[in-house]
Each structure stands twice: as C-alpha cells, then as structure tokens.
Design a protein around this ligand. Structure first.
Ligand SMILES: Cc1cc2nc3c(=O)[nH]c(=O)nc-3n(C[C@H](O)[C@H](O)[C@H](O)COP(=O)(O)OP(=O)(O)OC[C@H]3O[C@@H](n4cnc5c(N)ncnc54)[C@H](O)[C@@H]3O)c2cc1C
Length: 409
C-alpha cells in the first residue's frame, strides 16, 4: 500500500500555476503603505477601493468563479486547473469580500434563464456586491419564522420588515433576502426569495456594534416596491431557494489551501510566540512539553478542518452525493475557533487579552481571535444548528432531510 502523501501535478497544471503566479505578482500586491486591519470593518478607504478593483480584475479573468461556465461570468476551468488557482490565491492574504456570492448558487439552481444571464455575470465577475439578509431581530436559527412581508401588488411586491447582522464592510448593490409572500400557507411554503437592488426607495441601513468589527448592519425595508423580476424561484418557494445558499455557506462546496480553516493566522502566530517568548523563569516557552503538546494539538485540529474542506471540494466538484458534509465543515470550523481560543489562552495567558502596541503578542492576533471565536459560532447557523442538520441527514433525528440542491455547471 502506498502511504505517500505527496500530491503530484501534471505539466499542464504547473504551467498554469506559473501563469497564475505571474499574474498575482503583478496584480495582487497590496501597496506597502496600506495598513491591513485586524478586523475588516476597520479597513481604510484606500484598501477598500484596492480590494474592490482587485476583485474585479480577478473576475474579469473568470477567476472569482473558476469552475462556473463562462456564459455566466465564470472561468470555465476544469477542477484540476481550478485547484491550482485556489492554491495560489490562498497563499496571498487579500481581505475577502465576504458574503458577496451566496446568491449565485441559488440563482443557478432556481433562477430563470433570463435571471441567470442578467445577474450571474455581474456577481461572478465581481461587478456587484450582494449582502445576504435572512436573519431578523426576533428570528435567527428558526429562519422559517421570519415576519418581513412581501405583499403582491400587480406585478410588484411591497416589502416591509427589518433584518439584522447583515453584510460586511463593502457596500451592497443587491440584497439577497427572504420575506413572507403568503400569510396563510404553512411554514416552509410561505416565503419568497428576492434579489433586491439595494438602492430602491424605502431601503435604509444602520451600523451594528458587535464585539468584532466586520461591518454588520441593520437593513430596514419600508414599503419597498420590488418588481416581480427580482423574485427568484416560485412565489412560495423561498425556503427551498434559501437552503441552497445556506448549503454553500455552510461549506458544501469546500475549499482548498491555507485559508480553509479560517484561523486568521492564529496558529502561525502561536508557533512564533512559543519560539520567542519566555516563561517567568526565563525559559523559552517552546521548551515546555505542555506548550509543545498544545502547539501540536492546534496544528492537528486545524489540519482536520482543512482536510474536511478539501474532501468537500472534491465531492462537490465531482458531483458526489452530499448529505451532512456541508454542515460538518461548518461545525468543525466553529469548534476549531473555540479550541484555538482555549489553546491561545493556555499558551499566552493574560497576554492573549492584549491588543496594545507595546505588550500584545503578534500585533493583537490573539486578542482579536478571542473575540472572533465567539461570533464565529453564529454566521450561517450556530454550531447547535449544524449538529441538528447533521443528525437529520444521518438518520439520527425524528425528522429526516436531504441536502438542498446545488450545482455549478
Ligand atoms: C458575525 C455574524 C455574521 C452574521 N452574518 C449574517 C448575514 O450576513 N446574514 C444573515 O442573514 N445573518 C447573519 N448572521 C446571523 C446568524 O445567522 C444568526 O446569528 C444565527 O442564525 C443564530 O441566530 P440568533 O443569533 O438569533 O440566535 P438564536 O437563534 O436566538 O439562538 C440562540 C442560541 O440558541 C441555540 N439554539 C437555537 N435553536 C436551537 C435548537 N433548535 N436546538 C439547539 N440549540 C438551538 C443556538 O445555537 C444559539 O446558541 C450573522 C451573525 C453573526 C454573529
């Protein structure tokens, strides 16, 4: 049996890697004078504009959606080539534009051909930013219980309601939103999903103050007239449509490379810290067997998440049947964030809580991670909800369910 773990690449892949690497060297260098903030909500205007332009350039090459058909703004690449691209991209620490493509997979499955032709190239080429707006002030985990309403008026819908925890640092061009279209039908058969232009009259926003600044907002809909052309899927099919977005948000599509665990560089910072800091008696931390065990644990746990993300990437893109896999990816990522938070505390002690320029290890990565580990439990559904989904799909729950439909090509 061959236990070698070395991945080998074809000559064609290596040639493409070279092309990608050269392009990224020319286009993906953030100017040295730009400060990279620990939290994306603290991004400067210069960096904001730079990231927007970079993403558009990437999109113009089809590299924001490498596996998607070129007619919908994708790169039309094979999985082998996309893998190389993802590996190279993951090596560059470019701030992501979170959330901006979650409407696309749902539109691909549920949209009309006209909607796909009109909206998918905009999304996949990075020409527009989309916020996903499902959560409401009184409704999070139980996303079917929303009260935002969409009342039909001729060919239009009039939307009223409030959404919370929405968006990110980049301003929205469209809002991907759920609303009750039918006040009389039962749960799961009473919602619509809308791709709403963010500048329609009656839409307003306000900032949220969370323990991490990732630019989250309230979104208010006040008698917003939305033409029917922005309804995606059937008038009462919004629950099913939203499930496709959530499937991808959980991680069914997987990912490749260094960013898969979304550890924000905390594991690398732990290794650096242990190699440079000393304990109270002046002994290097790295010589303490307990610290060494913790570092190994951090690396193993991170690697498990990376492998799960890689497995999903392979399954998804080879059209394997997926059930619990997306939620498993999400759950392990969320648990990892907490585990790393505990490891950081054990390794750095009270220094883990500092973010000042004199005393904070690794420029405040540890302190920021402590806060992010808590909020990371919620986006796309909390860890308890991921367990619930897994149980239903593994046949361990009273109710059974299948994964929502997804497709790229
Ligand atoms: C940083 C951040 C980013 C976010 N981004 C977005 C976004 O872009 N768009 C968007 O629409 N939403 C977003 N959200 C909202 C997120 O989806 C919700 O926070 C999440 O669905 C949980 O809802 P809730 O906060 O109302 O908690 P609740 O639903 O009130 O849950 C509270 C607690 O009860 C537990 N719980 C709830 N139901 C069950 C159950 N049936 N069984 C066991 N335990 C349960 C939960 O696990 C949680 O611990 C974001 C949230 C955060 C924190």
């Amino acid at each position: 049996m061959d236990f070698s773990t070395e991945i080998t690449y074809s000559a064609e892949q290596e040639k493409f890697r070279q092309e990608v690497s050269v392009w990224l060297s020319e286009n993906a260098q953030i100017p040295a004078e730009f400060k990279i903030p620990r939290e994306t909500g603290d991004m400067s205007h210069e960096l904001y504009n730079w990231v927007r332009e970079y993403r558009k350039k990437l999109g113009a090459k089809g590299w924001l959606a490498p596996l998607w058909p070129s007619e919908y703004g994708g790169g039309g690449l094979s999985v082998d080539m996309a893998q190389v691209l993802e590996e190279e991209l993951s090596k560059r620490k470019i701030p992501a534009i979170y959330d901006n493509r979650l409407a696309a997979p749902a539109m691909m499955v549920w949209g009309t051909e006209e909607q796909k032709q009109r909206f998918l190239p905009l999304i996949n080429k990075g020409d527009v930013i989309t916020w996903q707006a499902f959560t409401e002030p009184e409704v999070g985990s139980d996303a079917a219980s929303i009260t935002t309403s969409a009342v039909r008026d001729g060919d239009d819908f009039i939307i009223n309601g409030t959404k919370v925890y929405i968006g990110g640092p980049f301003s929205a061009d469209y809002i991907w939103t759920t609303a009750v279209t039918d006040q009389t039908s039962p749960r799961h058969r009473n919602l619509g999903a809308f791709y709403v232009p963010a500048d329609l009259p009656g839409i307003s926003f306000s900032d949220m103050e969370l323990i991490v600044n990732v630019g989250k907002r309230f979104v208010y809909y006040d008698n917003v007239r939305v033409p029917g052309e922005y309804l995606v899927g059937g008038e009462n099919q919004g629950w099913q449509v939203a499930q496709t977005s959530l499937e991808i948000e959980h991680g069914a599509g997987g990912s490749i490379g260094e960013g898969a665990s979304r550890d924000g560089g905390v594991v690398a910072a732990l290794f650096d810290y242990a190699q440079t800091a000393v304990d109270g008696a002046g002994n290097p931390l790295i010589e303490d067997p307990r610290i060494r065990d913790l570092l190994v644990e951090a690396r193993i746990e991170t690697h498990i998440v990376e492998l799960i993300a890689l497995r999903n990437y392979w399954m998804f893109n080879n059209q394997k049947r997926m059930t619990f896999h997306g939620s498993q990816n999400s759950l392990l990522r969320k648990l990892l964030a907490m585990k790393l938070g505990n490891i950081v505390l054990e390794v750095a002690g009270p220094y883990a809580m500092l973010n000042d320029s004199n005393w904070a290890p690794s420029r405040g990565v540890f302190e920021s991670h402590q806060r992010q580990a808590i909020t990371a439990h919620h986006p796309g559904g909390s860890s308890e909800i991921q367990k619930l989904i897994m149980a239903r799909r593994l046949g361990l729950s009273r109710s059974k369910e299948e994964a929502a439909p997804t497709k790229v090509a």
